[in-house]
Design a protein around this ligand. Sequence first.
Ligand code: HEC
Length: 265
Amino acid sequence: MSNTTPTHLAPRSRSGDRPMESDSATPRRRRLCLVALAVRVGIVLSGVLFVTVWRHAVAQTQSGRVVSDAKYTSPYDAFMKMNRLREGFANNEDASDYWGFMESRLGNQAGRILIKRPVKGFSDDAFRGWLMFIRPYGNATGIGNCTACHTVPDFTDRAKHLIGTTKQPIDTPTLRDLGKKQAYFQDGSAKSLEAAINRHVENSRVSQQNKRSGVEVEVGKIALTEAEVGQVAEFLRSLNSVDRASFREYLVDVEIQPVEIDFSE
Ligand code: HEC
């Protein structure tokens, strides 16, 4: 029968011999194919979505735990946690050991590192100020040696020291939450953080030049330029604590910054 059908009347078909089937089936098969494709894409997408949501939930729980477990909640503490840096001295460790540890932790061969910073509250200056704060030796300047007395994480060794501001050794105060203060030192003689740090710098000279002044050798190691004093002050401002909700924000709102540090300087 089909042989007698004139070609021009035969249904148009790419499969030639089976003209009847293809006419209505091709669009249907295409539709089926599309549905199958859509289902597959859907499965993949929901898989990706599930993993994303799950990861997010895990991250939330982890940061939730970090937030609720935190003893201190300042931008500096967020910085330490997000970079997984050791926050306190280990047993029998002193300021030099702690610096040595940080130096090897931060300085890779190329001298170029990536640090994470809370976008708010911990500027590049604060970061550089922190490095000088914990650095007890080196050439020329950029040396705070602050952790010799203001030991981490409490920023005080709870001991008395003679630093040149008083006649007798005096308790080392913590440097956390200084934002609440209007004046510094026990007698309130320093009216700004810069002034307080500058006094340490001046007393460093006193210690170096006059051994009989009694000003401790550790003070004599401090060597900071005016600009560096500003950066250390900026670091001290990152030690003001915030409420836990804001602390969580600091932990989540992260900026990744490449920094060049030449530890040989
Ligand atoms: C040798 C120990 C020692 C070193 C090193 C030292 N400090 Fe101090 N710091 C003290 C003592 C003790 C006081 C309290 C002095 C006073 O009240 O007269 C003090 C006070 C301060 C204050 C005022 C705090 C307040 O509540 O009034 C600031 C700010 C400060 N130091 C910052 C620094 C910085 C920054 C460094 C590093 C550049 C540093 N200190 C290094 C012992 C030290």
